[in-house]
Design a protein around this ligand. Structure first.
Ligand SMILES: [Zn+2]
Length: 241
């Protein structure tokens, strides 16, 4: 009995399902590069697939879910829903940025965390999504899940923060991009995700250097490698808990 419990405990802490989310796609090109007109959706997809390939090669047992693996349109809400349904343990959304018209020139990467303590409406949104999901799956009132979900949100913060710091560190080591830091915000892409999640803006397509670098095979490989190394550190921490 004790052994069963132990193995259950270990199984819970295995990073066995992850979602790699390439932003935009299909009718939604995302942002457009100023120099070459390259579309964000066509930059983030190869980066995402390269990252997935690296993880798959090292850990064939990990189930990797791609909300899109081709040039197709997937609703933002659907992406986090897919993650929740599959009980993913990690959600990484990959994007590229563009400065606003009124802003002066910007370059570099940014890592966005959804701070659920600072943005309590995000907790309510995720709880509602989780509650409906549990209700649909179990077909009964799942108040326990509802409560568990709210407790779990608080525990994610330190995982999110660790992942973000590892991403920043590895970008600085492997990618030729400046750091604009980790930003805690109420980002809407990862809003419904009921697991640790992060959104990476890999660079600014309004900046000629970032645009050229992110459009290149080398740039995309460097970014995927940075994310992969961050993932390795994260996996170690996650599975130690
Ligand atoms: Zn985007």
């Amino acid at each position: 009995m004790l052994i069963v419990n132990c193995s259950l405990l270990i199984a819970q802490n295995r990073l066995d399902v992850i979602v790699l989310d390439a932003g935009h796609g299909g009718k939604d090109p995302g942002t457009i590069g100023d120099g070459t007109g390259v579309q964000e959706k066509n930059i983030v997809l190869p980066i995402t697939m390269k990252l997935g390939k690296m993880i798959e090669t090292r850990y064939p047992g990990i189930k990797i879910i791609y909300p899109r693996s081709t040039d197709e349109y997937v609703e933002v809400k659907e992406r986090t829903h897919i993650a929740n349904v599959n009980k993913a343990k990690l959600f990484i959304s990959i994007h590229a940025n563009h400065k606003k018209k009124e802003e002066s020139d910007k370059n570099g990467f940014e890592i966005y965390l959804l701070n659920k303590e600072r943005f309590p409406e995000a907790v309510m949104f995720t709880m509602k999504e989780n509650f409906l999901l549990s209700y649909q799956q179990a077909g009964k009132d799942t108040v326990d899940n509802f409560i568990y979900s709210s407790l779990a949100q608080n525990g994610y913060t330190r995982f999110n923060e660790y992942l973000a710091s590892m991403i920043e560190l590895n970008f600085l080591s492997y990618a030729e991009l400046a750091s604009r830091g980790v930003i805690q915000a109420g980002n809407w892409v990862t809003l419904g995700a009921s697991m640790p999640s992060v959104l990476v803006e890999t660079g600014y397509l309004s900046d000629p250097n970032d645009e050229k670098y992110l459009s290149s095979e080398k740039g995309q490989n460097d970014v995927a490698t940075s994310l992969f190394n961050a993932f390795l550190s994260y996996k170690t921490l996650y599975e130690m808990q």
